[in-house]
Design a binder for this molecule. Structure first.
Ligand code: C2E
Ligand code: MG
Ligand code: MG
Length: 586
């Protein structure tokens, strides 16, 4: 059987491209002979001569050697001694004995111990092939060791970002928690990049990979050196922070990270914006070991994803139905406010009994120069998702309050304005402060403002909702439950909340004259609302028959195309000068 061909010596040299040979030799002349002979055949060789056990030990400690060539007999030292020194730490380094005489007892002993080879100084031409063979062996074993190291690295690291992977993250956390000085409290943050797959699909995998690398780099630059940053999943990053002060600190750090990631990334000639759902889990508060910490942080992240955005990350379960490139739409939305592409339309609200104008609902509109009118049903979920709902919310609120002040000044003193607040916006920690600031800035009294929120938003976190609603109520602001009847709540449950108004969803109003169930639902809502002393508004009134039915049930207010479509503020005055459908027409 023929042996596989040996790789050339140059195949896997030291990282400096040179093979290093340690000569254990008392005679400088003999050492020079060996050098000259080997260098005549190979240029990339480096030598050092040592002549004692101490010097040899020092040389071995200082660097890695590819081969040791040892004289057999030196004053106070010999090949057996040299081999023993080598074996203490560097068993795998090839060892060749060069002797002035035929092998004697000690040389034989060395060979029996497993030394690679023995060459007589008188037989110099044998040295070169042996050295070549040994260097090949040495280079091969180094290449093997490097591959093994690379494999270990691959097992524990993410090849794309070079960050630790999930397995390694767990090991590092274990190490931290089980070390000699475990942290009093630490935090694991789990980040999920929103709609990363869409970036992949739209711009290609290479762009997706580049974005991930840039996110990894930004996290590394942003976070302190002792933070562990890992990539435990495709579009997921994790940050382990030792010694956080408490849950608030953990959340503050998560917010800071999300803010750092909110600055745009430049990938494939596009400006990409990254928002993330973040799960925060604390040791020992929420987990007692590394494995649980990881699992709980991840499920917190899944909840964050489902619950909606925190301060700057967003989520919506409503699919964004985009005909136009969704990334362009998103990018455009970031600039919509500053480019003054957003404005507000107002839809009149009438008192059903007197048929007089009593207020308006503010509805946001986005007119993009190329994309055209983007309906709020698309704009709002997207703004939620990319984390700028607070900015849009403030913009609409400010415009609506300012406009209402103008109406008051222009002779419509009692006009109220209803402004929609998405679930995500309502849950923002600064929401109440924002409302207060806008009211004082525009000089509108709180009692003229009604905030419309959905059942889902109020049901999400009852204690927090009650606090927020209480604070708003103190400012005189009224709260309406929008699209009532479509969510999961019950009137009995809603009693706990300081609510002033119910808006019956237009899907019920639409069928009120044709469908017995819708009729029953609408009447029940009106009756119960009256019992709870809430104002009832019917949305989406399109026909006289519908208005008549509602009037018969003593519904308080109505809104719909029959009474007036949403229009620009400048056109709104026509609603005030004529009463919508006088009672006589019914
Ligand atoms: P909404 O709050 O239930 O608003 C009523 C929607 O019904 C408006 O659609 C309005 O134009 C439409 N509408 C009014 N009368 C009729 C009618 O008689 N028939 C029919 N078929 N539709 C009628 P728009 O303006 O497209 O808004 C859709 C939703 O977007 C709103 O539903 C609201 O949830 C959200 N939205 C609008 N503006 C804002 C805003 O400034 N902030 C937030 N957070 N959400 C907003
Ligand atoms: Mg509404
Ligand atoms: Mg509605």
């Amino acid at each position: 059987m023929t042996e596989p061909p040996l790789p050339p010596i140059a195949a896997a040299r030291h990282h400096d491209g040179v093979n290093h040979i340690l000569l254990v030799e008392d005679s400088e002349d003999d050492a020079e002979l060996v050098r000259a002979q080997l260098l005549s055949a190979h240029r990339h060789l480096a030598f050092r001569r040592v002549a004692s056990a101490e010097a040899m030990r020092a040389a071995l400690a200082e660097q890695a050697w590819d081969l040791v060539i040892s004289d057999n007999r030196m004053p106070g030292f010999d090949a057996l001694g040299a081999y023993q020194v080598l074996c203490q730490n560097h068993k795998d380094t090839p060892f060749v004995v060069l002797s002035g005489a035929l092998p004697d007892q000690s040389a034989m002993a060395v060979m029996k111990l497993g030394t690679i080879d023995f060459v007589a100084k008188t037989d110099a031409q044998r040295l070169l092939p042996i050295v070549e063979r040994e260097l090949r062996y040495s280079n091969l074993s180094r290449a093997k060791a490097e591959i093994e190291r690379a494999l270990v690295h691959l097992t524990y690291h993410d090849a794309l970002t070079e960050l630790p992977n999930r397995q390694m993250l767990q090991k590092l956390i274990e190490h931290s928690l089980q070390g000699s000085a475990p942290p009093v409290r630490s935090a694991l943050l789990f980040l999920d990049l929103y709609r990363f797959m869409r970036i992949n699909e739209t711009l290609g995998w290479a762009a997706g990979d580049e974005l991930l690398r840039q996110v990894a780099r930004r996290l590394t630059e942003f976070l302190p050196i002792d933070a562990v940053i890992a990539r435990p999943g495709q579009d997921k990053f994790a940050v382990y922070l030792e010694n956080v002060a408490g849950p608030e600190d953990g959340f503050a750090q998560a917010r800071a990270i999300c803010e750092a990631l909110a600055r745009p990334f430049a990938v494939a000639d596009e400006e990409l914006f990254v928002t993330c759902a973040t799960g925060v889990c604390l040791y020992p508060d929420h987990a007692d070991c590394a494995g649980t910490l990881l699992r709980n942080a991840e499920s917190a992240m899944v909840e964050a994803k489902q619950a909606g955005p925190a301060k700057i990350h967003g989520y919506t379960s409503a699919p964004v139905r985009a005909q136009i490139n969704p990334l362009r739409l998103e990018s455009a939305l970031w600039h919509a406010i500053e480019r003054e592409e957003l404005f507000v339309h107002y839809q009149p609200l009438f008192d059903v009994r007197s048929r007089t104008l009593v207020g308006a609902e503010a509805l946001v509109r986005w007119q993009h120069p190329e994309l055209g009118v983007v309906p709020p049903d698309r704009l709002i979920p997207l703004a939620d998702e990319i984390g700028i709902i607070a900015d849009i919310g403030r913009f609409v609120l400010r415009a609506a309050c300012r406009q209402t002040r103008l109406w008051h000044d222009a002779g419509l003193p009692g006009m109220t304005v209803a402004v929609n607040a998405s679930a995500a916006q309502f849950r923002l920690p600064n929401f109440v402060d924002d409302v207060a600031a806008v009211l004082s800035e525009t000089g509108l009294a709180g009692e003229f403002l009604e905030l419309e929120i959905t059942e889902t938003a109020v049901m999400h976190d009852a204690p927090a909702t009650i606090r927020t609603l209480g604070a708003l109520r103190e400012m005189g602001v009224r709260i309406a439950i929008d699209d009532f009847g479509t969510g999961y709540s019950s009137l009995a449950y809603l009693k706990q909340f300081p609510i002033s108004t119910l808006k019956i969803d237009r899907s019920f109003v639409l069928n009120v004259t044709t469908d017995a169930d819708s009729r029953a639902i609408v009447s029940t809502i009106i009756v119960l609302a009256k019992a709870l002393k809430l104002t009832v508004v019917a949305e989406g009134v399109e026909t006289v028959e519908q208005l008549e039915f509602l009037s018969g049930l003593h519904c308080d207010r109505a809104q719909g195309y029959l009474l007036g479509k949403p229009t620009a503020a400048a056109d709104f005055h026509r609603f005030s000068t004529r009463t919508a459908l006088a009672p006589a027409t019914l």
